[in-house]
Design a protein around this ligand. Structure first.
Ligand SMILES: C[S@@+](CC[C@H](N)C(=O)[O-])C[C@H]1O[C@@H](n2cnc3c(N)ncnc32)[C@H](O)[C@@H]1O
Length: 292
């Protein structure tokens, strides 16, 4: 039987759009191959609801036709992957990571940074920018003139829409609720929004520290580090175990000997990286042998 022809027995959803097990398996296979995203059968309803919006937007009537479009159209394939990703984030998520970054990484490096040392930080699944900007605000709390020194934060994500939002650095007021009041007053200003009312834009001095780029963690990484800190949080949780281990190893190779790796609270280091990293706080890791 054709991979996309659906028989009555394999129909998963008969709502607005017919969605078959074969459609689900094809979508899951593409998501895995393109983005490492693991979609077990329990995610079928999620996949249906996330992609129903794409079918409506394109005026496509069935998931079989949608799969045919995705097979032929690279742009729609990217839009499908973007629709399947979860972009939830917030400023200073897991505040202990930023405290660790401030006290264990940035403060010890501040003097050498002022003498010209290069400092590089990476937010490896930056979503709409709250994570790399929280890193930047942490750097500025220790080194207020950071933008004039050799200090840069790389912010990358697979999804071009979130990368564009991060680069713009505009947020609704309630998205700033986790930013300490003194930092909010110092580094954000109100700007006229589009149809969403007044927005808060992060100051140019903060934006100057952060470079946003599209990057798929499953592909090649066009930089060699070393990074003094890498935040790779709440993304590998969507990957299978083998892919997770590979990502941890690749990130560890790019860490400076005294650098720190921060991961999400539901994530665990697995595979060969385990032998190279030691816990240093809650879900933060240093290379083994790095004096604390
Ligand atoms: C839940 S958000 C996490 C954002 C932030 N790191 C945090 O913890 O608040 C997950 C992000 O991972 C991105 N993502 C998913 N698969 C990816 C991949 N293969 N390469 C790069 N980014 C990916 C998604 O686009 C999404 O923005």
């Amino acid at each position: 039987m054709n991979a996309n022809a659906s028989s009555a027995s394999d129909v998963l959803h008969t709502g607005e759009f017919t969605f078959s097990d074969a459609n689900f398996r094809e979508i899951a296979q593409i998501a895995k191959a393109e983005a490492g995203i693991d979609l077990p059968p329990s995610k079928a309803t999620l996949v249906y609801s996330r992609l129903a919006k794409r079918l409506r937007a394109l005026g496509i009537k069935t998931f079989s036709d949608y799969c045919a479009t995705v097979r032929e159209d690279d742009d729609e394939r990217d839009s499908m992957i973007a629709a399947l990703t979860t972009n939830v984030t917030r400023f200073f998520r897991e505040p202990h990571h930023f405290e660790h970054l401030r006290t264990q990484i940035i403060s010890p490096l501040a003097d050498s940074a002022r003498r010209g040392k290069r400092i590089r930080l990476w937010s490896a699944a930056c979503s709409t920018g709250q994570e790399p900007y929280s890193m930047a605000l942490t750097v500025l709390s220790v080194i207020p003139d950071a933008a004039s020194l050799d200090i840069r934060i790389l912010a990358t994500d697979l999804n071009p829409h979130v990368v564009a939002r991060g680069r713009a650095g505009c947020y609704q007021k309630d998205e700033l609720k986790d930013v300490p009041a003194n930092l909010r007053a110092r580094w954000f200003q109100s700007v006229p929004g589009d149809n969403r009312g007044v927005m808060m834009q992060i100051a140019d001095e903060v934006r100057a520290l952060v470079s946003f780029r599209e990057l798929n963690l499953m592909g090649s990484w066009p930089f060699s580090g070393p990074f003094d800190a890498i935040f790779c949080r709440n993304v590998v949780i969507y990957f299978d175990r083998e892919t997770q281990s590979t990502i941890w190893s690749r990130l560890t190779r790019l860490l400076d000997a005294r650098g720190a790796l921060y991961i999400g609270h539901s994530e665990r280091i697995s595979g060969p990286a385990n032998a190279l990293l030691s816990p240093d706080g809650i879900t933060s890791y240093r290379k083994r042998g790095a004096a604390s």
